[in-house]
Design a protein. Structure first.
Length: 483
């Protein structure tokens, strides 16, 4: 008689992790296969037209594409163009070589969507990595739950935009800078330089995908400055030289990528700058997105440069426009956030202070930085004009991971963490409604004004929490492990 062998807990744990890993990696491809017609056809049509321009004009694409394909103005920098129109062009060349005939539009769209699904799978892996660094007890499960939220399913998989690639770049740059800061604080010069090189190269590509990615740069440059300071304080001139060498290589890579195309004279030889010039989204109140200015009650497609009120003091008068007022408010928000962040993190810049953080104290520092990045993303969506429905996609993973981390340790109300997740879900439904009609029961969720009020409340609540959290270092957080 044989006796069944009961799997040991470690074997069961390994099997569970393998199943979660498989589920997270395959989920994006399954979603594309299950919903073959649910995507934003206009964006994929634009990629096909940009491929036409690349085929017709090559290096002169930015000079000629507007006249050749005026229906889809080219507004992406070089890397974004290669990752969209360039991929379509590559698929056409491959089809001609292997099949001897061109691909039809539906087949091309399907292949592009599966290509984009690979980056959604990478997002899952990077989210699990970040959750592990934040000492979540089940990082793979945490990442899978994030991937299952409508925010990620719709914006990162189904829509068909490059946002999943941008998220992968933001996550990798954040993690690499964090690892570089940790290595520098531990006085390991070579790992610090290598992590910095990875972060710099990732930042070079990330910046050149979409102009929208620029809004993550203030945070990433802030973290880079902290890392460089630590390299100098902990490693001296040798460490700082290695760090600067890695950054110079990254800047060279950025310039090499940025200058591959012929550009109009006013673009200053930069496809990045051209992207900002050719994408005047901020000139309207909103591009079917949500922000504070939606609540003025006018047409969201109206000019954002039209005055909505005036300040008067005796003979002096100054008109206020949503465009300029929004920029001023966002600048003040960034000043507040990074000033308070600097004051909170300044004690960690003393020699040896960062290296003494262990366990939940170090994870708490990472959670605080994640909240900072999420708030910079939430802030521009609420305060600036010209926002589109998907623009908060990059901010939600950092908001959710950080608020849940602090809530599980009692440093933040659990209600606020649940509210953040609920807002992400409602935002995902809102984005879905931009692709296809929603059931009438959900008409409130699809209201731009509802989304504006929802996220304004979320911003105020999270800023209040940020102010309290930034007054004490994460080292004071409870040592309980997130389950």
């Amino acid at each position: 008689m044989t006796t069944a062998v009961t799997p040991t807990p470690s074997r069961r744990s390994s099997l569970g992790a393998a199943l979660l890993l498989l589920a997270g990696v395959t989920l994006p491809f399954l979603l594309v296969a299950i919903f073959p017609t649910t995507y934003h056809k206009g964006d994929l049509m634009a990629y096909a037209r940009w491929a036409d321009c690349l085929e017709a004009f090559g290096p002169a694409t930015y000079l000629e594409c507007l006249a050749y394909r005026p229906e889809s103005p080219l507004g992406y920098p070089a890397v974004g163009l290669w990752l969209s129109g360039g991929v379509v062009q590559g698929l056409r060349l491959l089809s001609g070589t292997l099949l001897g005939r061109p691909l039809d539009a539906p087949t091309t769209d399907a292949l592009v969507r599966f290509y984009l699904a690979t980056f959604a799978a990478v997002d899952f892996l990077l989210l699990a990595w970040l959750a592990r660094l934040m000492r979540y007890g089940r990082p793979l499960l945490t990442a899978l739950l994030l991937t299952l939220l409508p925010w990620m399913v719709v914006g990162g998989v189904l829509w068909g935009q490059l946002d999943g690639i941008s998220l992968a770049g933001a996550l990798l740059a954040f993690i690499a800078l964090w690892q570089a800061w940790r290595a520098a604080s531990q006085r390991r010069a070579a790992p610090a330089a290598l992590w910095l090189l990875l972060a710099g190269l990732t930042l070079a590509g990330f910046t050149l995908i979409k102009p929208l990615n620029t809004f993550a740069l203030p945070f990433l440059l802030f973290l880079l400055a902290l890392t460089l300071w630590s390299c100098w304080r902990e490693l001296g001139g040798r460490g700082l030289a290695a760090a600067l060498g890695a950054l110079l290589l990254s800047l060279a890579a950025f310039r090499l990528l940025d200058s591959r195309f012929d550009l109009p004279a006013d673009a200053l030889g930069s496809s990045f700058w051209y992207g900002w010039q050719s994408s005047p989204h901020g000139d309207v109140i909103s591009g079917n997105g949500f922000n504070l200015w939606i609540l003025l009650g006018g047409d969201m497609w109206a000019s954002s440069r039209a005055p909505f009120t005036a300040l008067r003091l005796g003979p002096w008068q100054q008109t206020l426009t949503p465009y300029h007022t929004g920029i001023a408010l966002y600048a003040l928000l960034l000043l507040f956030l990074f000033t308070t962040a600097w004051l909170a993190l300044r004690p960690l810049l003393a020699r040896g202070a960062r290296a003494r953080l262990t366990g939940d104290a170090e994870a708490g520092l990472l959670a605080l930085l994640s909240l900072l990045l999420g708030l910079t993303q939430l802030g521009f969506n609420v305060l600036l004009t010209g926002t589109h429905e998907r623009y908060l996609f990059l901010g939600y993973p950092f908001l959710i991971l950080s608020t849940w981390w602090f809530a599980r340790r009692g440093a933040m109300g659990m209600g606020l963490a649940v509210f953040t997740i609920s807002a992400a879900i409602l935002n995902g439904v809102f984005v879905l409604g931009a692709m296809q009609p929603l059931p009438g029961l959900l008409f409130v969720v699809y209201s731009n004004a509802f989304q504006a009020v929802l996220h304004l409340i979320l911003l105020v609540a999270l800023l209040d929490a940020w102010l309290r959290l930034s007054r004490v270092l994460p080292a004071t957080a409870s040592q309980r492990q997130v389950s």
